[in-house]
Design a binder for this molecule. Structure first.
Ligand code: PA5
Length: 500
């Protein structure tokens, strides 16, 4: 039987509904359709490795939904750990694209109390993802973990294998695990506690590019390795071992995730604009970006989808925020992604969304059937004003609040889209991830930029190394690290004149 598919409802962006000043007219829609239809085949080729432009970074994330080998390797690794029966805690160490997808999958597909409820976990490990290096946070975790360290596995994820934050976390954990050896006079093998997920790519001389890879291979015994596939940038890796390993360890059906993505691959390959959900979503986003609504708010009405908004925010920001287009013209492109949560942010942001500047496009995520529902209790006699709530499903209230916000925004000519989920499960989440990846690629093509690089992030990474005293020459800024560090220190020195 065919699985339910997520759908895009774009009624509330059309001029017929929200008026000509802020809505898309039929003529404009036809123009957008024509423009996007030309790009669909190019982008579908681009995402499996064919460069649309000589200067664009090559990507291959479009091959992930059909690459069953990755899922097999991941499952093999999960089995090995299960057989040892020594993993109560799985800790992911990574940042950006090496963490946000893991968090999003866990929040979407495991129950809210997964980490705290042994019965819910059914023998599977708790999951912790550290995508920050706040020492107080990590110290608090390690102190609470205590002896539990012996039954903890760390999945260190870094495509480059040399990101300062992840490298620092790794070195700290390595030191702590090794110090157990001297304390307990019993040998702890790092290989029982650390799994590295990184790029296996080699340079021209055949040397591994990832420092983590080198470390994994030089430890005795070698640390287990999972691969970040060649040509897939961090923020597009959630459907590779990066996202799949922690998901599978925590009982998420990774085959269904990939099957959902594959279903979406077929839908977004459709050359008919009207039938292609990525084409329609990209066209709407592009239109509003061009016509002054440069903020894109994503607002799930389901806690399960809360961290998908975070994942989307990185995907959108790093992929589309670019200074130059492919013709090397300075364009300073990129819609600003903003995350909100229904209903929470109705009591925080909606005042601004309705009466503040009309400079945003809203994307709601709506779920028809919740995996668990609750019935509101009866109203006391003296509170008859609450009678309309009594004995109703909580999901009805939640979805009616979404409708109410949608209505209120539309009344104020604030364009909005809805992504409709029949229910949140591995299949629909796989669809959603792939839909937004391809939508991002189409947006990048419409903006004529390199969607897959992140030069602005690289500068910050190299600057950190310089400040931490790295030796040698920094190719990225074309000067020795020492000189680079001096420049940064001068530029960031506090000037008392401006202190208040
Ligand atoms: O999308 C990206 O490329 C980045 O956000 C990276 O994922 C992030 O900077 C972490 O890089 P790495 O996986 O190399 O440690």
């Amino acid at each position: 039987m065919a699985k339910p598919q997520i759908k895009i409802d774009y009624k509330n962006v059309m001029a017929d509904v929200i008026g000509e000043e802020h809505g898309i007219t039929r003529r404009r829609w036809a123009d957008l359709a024509e423009k996007v239809e030309l790009l669909i085949p190019l982008v579908m080729k681009e995402i499996v490795g064919f460069k649309r432009h000589p200067d664009i970074t090559r990507t291959r994330y479009g091959l992930l939904p059909v690459n069953n080998k990755i899922a097999q390797k991941v499952k093999k690794q999960v089995d090995k750990i299960s057989k040892k029966g020594k993993c109560d805690n799985l800790v992911v160490l990574g940042i950006g694209g090496s963490a946000l997808g893991n968090i999003a999958l866990q929040t979407a597909l495991n129950p809210y109390m997964y980490n705290l409820d042994d019965k819910l976990r059914g023998g599977r490990p708790r999951l912790f993802v550290f995508d920050n290096i706040d020492p107080a946070q990590l110290a608090s975790f390690l102190s609470a973990l205590g002896d539990g360290l012996k039954r903890t596995v760390f999945n260190v994820i870094s495509k480059s294998g040399r990101t300062a934050e992840t490298a620092a976390q790794f070195l700290l954990i390595k030191k702590i695990l090794k110090s157990q050896n001297s304390r307990e006079k019993k040998e702890v093998h790092l290989a029982d506690h650390i799994i590295i997920t990184t790029s296996f790519e080699k340079d021209k001389k055949g040397r591994p590019q990832s420092t983590l890879y080198k470390i994994a291979k030089s430890e005795k015994p070698n640390l287990p390795l999972l691969e970040v596939p060649k040509g897939v940038g961090g923020r597009f890796t959630v459907l590779s071992a990066v996202g799949l390993f922690s998901a599978a360890m925590c009982g998420i059906d990774i085959d269904e995730l990939l099957a959902g993505a594959k279903d979406m691959h077929d839908r977004v390959s459709c050359r008919d604009f009207k039938k292609n959900p990525a084409a329609v979503t990209a066209a709407v986003n592009y239109h509003y970006y061009k016509y002054g609504k440069r903020n894109s708010v994503i607002m799930p009405y389901a806690f399960a989808l809360k961290d998908m908004a975070d994942w989307y925010r990185q995907l959108w920001a790093e992929s589309l925020g670019k200074r130059f287009d492919l013709n090397k013209r300075e364009v300073w492109a990129g819609p600003t992604p903003i995350k909100a949560l229904g209903v929470t942010d109705q009591h925080s942001q909606v005042q601004l969304y309705r009466e503040g500047p009309n400079d945003k496009l809203f994307t709601f995520l709506e779920v028809k059937n919740f995996n668990n529902d609750l019935i509101i209790g009866p109203t006391p006699k003296y509170a008859s004003e609450l009678n309309c709530l009594q004995q109703k499903k909580m999901s009805l209230l939640l979805n009616n609040e979404k409708k109410a916000t949608e209505y209120a925004l539309s009344q104020d000519q604030r364009p909005n889209l809805t992504v409709l989920f029949d229910r949140v499960n591995a299949h629909t989440i796989g669809q959603f991830i792939y839909l937004y990846e391809v939508t991002t690629s189409l947006m990048g093509a419409l903006l004529d930029i390199d969607t897959y690089n992140q030069p602005a992030v690289e500068l910050g990474k190299e600057a950190t190394f310089a400040l931490m005293g790295r030796k040698g020459y920094c190719k990225f800024v074309k000067m020795p690290y020492k000189k680079f560090a001096q420049q940064i220190k001068t530029a960031t020195k506090t000037n008392k004149k401006y202190l208040v």
